[in-house]
Design a protein around this ligand. Structure first.
Ligand code: CP
Length: 327
């Protein structure tokens, strides 16, 4: 295991991609491959002792399959002790504040807290007042930084394999993000991440699901699926977040499918090499046809596999950088 170079990572927390530099993003992506190798061990223990004796708390106020299990597995593969707190079964329901809950958890000597919350900024507020390393596992419609990092890692891994170039980067890559941009923290984190890494990002969806002035983030916007995907290297479909829409923001699901679903028919307009990605969970046959989600171009489950390694890298950098502790 390579210990982080002293001073290479200086942040206490991982709260969003917006505040990260290209070098910081690249450091995380470059730290992850050693953890891909740990998880891929055919024989022997899929564990390293980098967080031995540390306590990692998974604290989720919203449902999650991938992120929660991925963080738990990542912590276990780093040999940390883990605790899970589910909001509905905690004293939050009796009126305890976020700060009080975390102060009490910290009294049990936590090192790292992974939090998902429906309020944008929840992780930031906690990080300002509490000594634990805080990782934002999704805050409202704001950011989902670890999703964007595992996505960028998966894109880069694929490009490196195809180009047989172990140093290939994302500069010039054309990524089309399709669907419910307005409600998507994944889209926001991916836009920050991909543009910082030099990729061209095109957003596509119903006008009502695209925030006004989002072009200021350095992206191209279209409501025409054909235009979005005709030269895309990566087609990234987003889930329609019905639960976050106060009113239905498009005429009907049937209309959405007709105009924006990524399926075999629309894929005929895309380059043959275009990758299919989705953060999950998928509304099958709404934003993405089942046959495409499960097809040869899809790397959706590889995103999930890589998520564990990328989260191991993040936890390792947060806990073991610059504190005089080597791996
Ligand atoms: N991609 C993602 O965040 O999935 P979960 O909601 O299942 O964690």
């Amino acid at each position: 295991m390579t210990p982080p170079a002293k001073g290479a990572w200086t942040r206490k927390d991982l709260l969003g991609i917006e505040e990260l530099s290209r070098d910081e993003i690249t450091l995380i992506l470059d730290t992850a491959p050693q953890f891909v190798a740990v998880s891929a061990r055919e024989s022997g223990i899929k564990k390293v002792p980098l967080l031995q004796g540390r306590l990692v708390v998974n604290w989720f106020y919203e449902p999650s399959t991938r992120t929660r299990t991925s963080f738990e597995l990542a912590a276990k593969r780093l040999s940390a002790d883990t605790l899970s707190i589910t909001a509905s079964a905690s004293s939050t329901v009796k009126g305890e504040t976020l700060h009080d809950t975390l102060a009490n958890i910290e009294a049990m000597r936590t090192d790292l807290v992974v939090i998902r919350h429906s309020y944008a900024g929840a992780a930031h507020i906690l990080a300002q007042r509490h000594p634990s390393h805080i990782i934002n596992a999704g805050d409202g419609r704001h950011e989902h930084p670890t999703q964007a990092l595992l996505d960028a890692f998966t894109m880069r891994e694929h490009i490196r394999e195809v180009q047989q170039d172990p140093n290939a980067q994302l500069d010039g890559l054309r990524v089309a993000i399709i669907g419910d941009i307005a409600n998507s923290r994944v889209a926001r984190s991916n836009i920050w991440c991909l543009t910082k890494l030099g990729a061209h990002v095109t957003l596509c969806g119903p006008r009502t699901l695209i925030p006004p002035h989002i072009e200021r983030m350095g992206v191209t916007v279209t409501t025409d699926l054909r235009e979005a995907i005709c030269d895309a290297d990566v087609i990234y479909a987003l889930r329609i977040q019905f639960e976050r829409q106060q009113n239905c923001l498009f005429p009907s699901v049937r209309e959405y499918i007709r105009l924006f679903r990524v399926d075999q028919e629309s894929l005929r307009l895309a380059p043959p090499h275009a990758l299919i990605m989705h953060p999950g969970p998928i509304n099958r046959d709404i934003e993405l046809a089942a046959g495409v989600a499960d097809g040869a171009r899809s790397v959706i489950l590889r995103q999930v596999t890589n998520g564990v390694a990328v989260r191991m890298a993040i936890m390792h950098l947060l806990v073991n950088s610059g504190r005089g502790e080597s791996a």
